[in-house]
Design a protein around this ligand. Structure first.
Ligand code: SAH
Ligand code: SF4
Ligand code: F3S
Length: 470
């Protein structure tokens, strides 16, 4: 799901016709959109003969797809670049070449700093320029010195990226909206991803169909502000996200739809209703609120009060009684007092979350909050974060325990950690495993949940018929 989930640090696999002549390793940080983008970069390079590498050591090209959201995230890039410099030197000493590229939000925000601090980087490319990768790679292999490409022609990116290649796993991510016009006081995204852009409905539906044809059973629609999506409809009118979800629900074989990440201000009536009327829309919503204090919400430029969030939670649960909520929180935004923090704790108590991500405020260069007075001391942030995380942890445990004994549908995604196990996701996005054949991957199977662990559930399979045909 969301925004703030750390992306898997894994090579992106892309099949090419025949055996690849060159190998590509992509390391991905940040949100799911970066995961999607990494896949598209692999796709755009496949026709140039790049196939997947398992490690940077065996790669002819390494791309670091970076995240700028918090200081820690962006600093990791520079430590990785230090290690890759040595690898590059070793390869050059052995007469081999390795193209090193930095992509993503750090590239966008700190392109010049990267080339200054790490002159051994060959390419620096912002998130809107991935369709230009082949041309840049060709130029990089001819010329010395880093090339920087950090323009914002967002339409072009989607128009010019090729179709994804190869087999698709049961769960797919599909970017439908990119960029953000909200300018929350603390956030770099409007600067790194640019203005809000919605892809046209027809292009999204066509891409979803292709994903399903290649094996996807669940699609997560992605956007920095995904529920602000308003795209051109096939008849020339404008659709909102609810209408798009209805259109996607008509695709045969698409069992599950999710969307992430949403802003409370853009949860409109039609979208709330869709949670009650579209069975494929999963009963789980990631809706970041950041704080429970009206004063802080205003300082953060979130554009709503806590009351709106309470109302939304009630209305969503009225529409879909088994809906579970997840959220993001920031503690220690400039000006946050003990009373403001207490208001956040009260909001969490009142709403109840199945899952949540919480962060210490991290000042980001160029954002309004970074220059505000009354920065909160690190030790205070630590205390508040611990207190909040203890409550959120308790709520997550309670939610998982309350699932024990329930029956539900699980989308199986592959082998479990132990032999003889199959693993999948519940409608509420919990990882779950059961004794059963790995061949069930890609099927939606009825299970009974038998036990709750800190970050996963165990279950037994109920549907004998599914088992028989697996
Ligand atoms: N609406 C966006 C949010 C992206 S950032 C989306 O598509 O997900 C993900 C989360 O990171 C935010 O919800 C916020 O809780 C956290 N975050 C953003 N900037 C931050 C900062 N400067 N310090 C700490 N946490 C931050
Ligand atoms: Fe950042 Fe706010 Fe936009 Fe989310 S809504 S991406 S937190 S500016
Ligand atoms: Fe995503 Fe990080 Fe950029 S969260 S949008 S990769 S700053």
């Amino acid at each position: 799901m969301t925004s703030s989930l750390p992306a898997q640090d894994r090579p992106i696999l892309s099949e090419t016709a025949g055996s690849p002549r060159k190998r590509l390793y992509i390391r991905t940080w940040g949100c799911q959109m970066n995961v999607y983008d990494s896949g598209r970069m692999a796709d755009v390079l496949a026709p140039l003969g790049y196939g997947p590498a398992e490690t940077p050591e065996e790669a002819d090209m390494v791309i670091l797809n970076t995240c700028h959201i918090r200081e820690k995230a962006s600093e990791k890039v520079f430590s990785d670049l230090g290690r890759l410099r040595l690898l590059k030197q070793e390869k050059e000493a052995a007469g081999q070449r390795m193209v090193l590229a930095v992509a993503g939000c750090v590239a966008q925000a700190e392109g010049a700093e990267i080339t200054a601090r790490a002159p051994w980087v060959d390419l620096v490319l912002g998130p809107q320029t991935y369709h230009r990768l082949p041309e840049m790679v060709a130029r990089a292999s001819r010329a010395a010195g880093a090339q920087i490409e950090t323009d914002f022609p967002v339409e072009q990116k989607f128009d010019h990226l090729p179709d994804a290649q190869g087999q698709q796993g049961p769960v797919a991510f599909l970017t439908i909206q990119e960029g953000c016009d909200k300018f929350c006081s603390f956030c770099v995204v409007p600067y790194t991803r640019g203005a809000e852009f919605s892809r046209p409905a027809a292009a999204i539906v066509a891409e979803a169909r292709r994903m399903v044809a290649r094996g996807a059973r669940e699609i997560a629609l992605l956007g920095q502000n995904v529920n602000a999506w308003h795209g051109e409809a096939p008849d020339g009118s404008t659709w909102g996200l609810a209408r798009l979800i209805h259109a996607l629900a008509e695709i045969d074989g698409l069992a599950r739809i999710r969307y992430t990440t949403s802003h409370p201000r853009d949860m409109d009536d039609a979208l709330i209703r869709a949670h009650g009327t579209v069975p494929q829309l999963m009963p789980f919503l990631h809706l970041p609120v950041q704080s429970g204090s009206d004063k802080m919400l205003q300082a953060m430029n979130r554009g709503h009060e806590a009351e709106l969030f309470f109302r939304l939670a009630d209305r969503l649960r009225e529409a879909r009684p088994d809906l579970a909520l997840s959220s993001d929180f920031i503690v220690g935004h400039p000006g946050e007092t003990a009373e403001d923090h207490a208001a956040t704790m009260r909001l969490v108590e009142k709403v109840g979350f199945a899952l949540a991500y919480s962060f210490k405020y991290s000042p980001r260069p160029g954002t309004p909050a970074a220059d505000q007075p009354f920065q909160v001391a690190e030790t205070v942030k630590d205390e508040r974060l611990q207190e909040l995380q203890a409550l959120l942890r308790r709520q997550q445990d309670d939610f998982n325990r309350a699932c024990v004994g329930r029956e539900c549908d699980v989308l199986m995604t592959g082998a479990g950690r132990h032999p003889g196990q199959v693993a999948g996701r519940t409608p509420w996005l919990q990882p779950i495993h059961a004794i059963g054949p790995e061949g069930l991957a890609g099927q939606v199977v009825r299970v009974r949940i038998t036990a709750a662990h800190p970050n996963s559930l165990s279950a037994t399979l109920l549907d004998e018929k599914e088992l028989a045909c697996a």
